[in-house]
Ligand binder design. Structure first.
Ligand code: HEM
Length: 307
């Protein structure tokens, strides 16, 4: 089975619950289910080789254009339908009653002049959270097991750790997985002023890219950088300058703490509940999807029947 697909069901459940307050799929409205289905479809489409061309056409455009606009339409329709549903609930006098989800908070937000957020802005926030909030985490789960099933010694040690409640080792395993396979391999900043970087001066307006992938493979920071070895993080608090799977600075990932909690729970439970077959298949190649780097076969594993 491909763990990215199973991971996606779990991480989508988590983020749909946080953002829309949907506790289980059966209780979701038709519009809420449509958001979920369109999101999965959109992600599938965005792995298509042509997707990169579509992204390039849209580079630096603040609004989606052409094919992208068309592809996004069903998702937009579903999101605006959910917002309208919630507004109707409000009109019926049930405005946010008993709800603590992010959509309720966004709808109640007011700017300094007392004006609510326009629907288009609420849509942007919801889309960002649902997309950024699940695809990354599910592929981190997939990469973790792609690495583990090719490193039997580390797998055995991880199973032992999960089954004996050794949280420090699981944390080290997750750090090592995100070091060697950072799902977001690069982050970007547009320079608002000239920037001195070592002997260089980079001019204002330039888009500077930081390669997380290269940083994580620097031999001076990580001896034997291509080995998969969680021990390197045991008893070590990773420096934010050396390990940055969540980016850094003021725009560091908003969901890093939630993502780590999800990873700890999901990785531990898989290690506890199923035995996986080791493989001598070549490492899965990375595949580009939007801003993410995902395993080409979705982290394919074979689960063994338990005795
Ligand atoms: C393993 C899981 C995840 C990884 C590897 C990851 C990685 C990242 C990275 C690299 C960035 C860009 C940071 C920068 O430019 O310095 C980012 C931004 C962001 N992430 Fe995550 N993320 C993960 C999970 C999540 C989750 C669960 C959520 C939501 C609950 C989330 C929400 C966001 C948001 C909203 C931003 C934009 C922040 C901003 O621009 O101010 N992410 N993430």
């Amino acid at each position: 089975m491909a763990l990215a697909d199973i991971g996606q069901q779990i991480t989508l459940d988590v983020i749909m619950s946080a953002v829309f307050g949907i506790e289980d799929e059966a209780g979701a409205t038709a519009a809420e289910s449509a958001v979920r289905a369109s999101m999965i479809r959109l992600l599938q489409l965005s792995t298509h080789p042509l997707a990169t061309a579509v992204q390039l056409v849209n580079a630096r455009s603040p609004e989606p254009r052409g094919v992208l606009r068309m592809i996004l339409r069903p998702l937009d329709r579903a999101i605006y339908a959910v917002i309208a549903e919630r507004r109707r609930e409000g009109a019926d006098g049930a405005d946010g009653a008993g709800r603590s989800d992010i959509l309720t908070v966004l709808m109640a937000a007011r700017d300094d002049d007392g004006a609510p957020l326009p629907d288009s802005e609420i849509r942007d926030e919801l889309l960002t959270l649902v997309l950024a909030g699940h695809e990354t985490t599910s592929n981190s789960v997939a990469w973790t097991f792609e690495r583990l099933t090719r490193n039997p010694g580390v797998y055995r040690r991880s199973v032992e750790a999960a089954r004996s409640g050794d949280e420090a080792y699981i944390e080290a395993l997750i750090n090592e997985s995100m070091r060697s396979r950072p799902v977001v391999p690069v982050v970007a900043r547009e320079l608002l002023s000239d920037w001195r970087f070592g002997p260089y001066v980079v001019e204002r307006g330039v888009i500077a890219l930081v390669s997380i992938l290269l940083l994580h493979h620097r031999e001076d920071l990580y001896p034997r950088p291509f080995a998969f070895d969680p021990e390197r993080f045991l008893g070590v608090k990773p420096s934010p300058q050396k390990l940055m799977p969540f980016g850094g600075g003021t725009r560091r990932c908003l969901g890093a703490a939630l993502a780590m909690a999800e990873l700890r729970a999901v990785v531990t439970q898989i290690l506890v509940r199923v035995d996986l077959a080791m493989t001598d298949a070549p490492a899965e190649q990375p595949r580009h999807r939007n801003v993410t780097m995902i395993p080409a076969h979705g982290g394919l594993v074979t689960a063994l029947a338990k005795d």
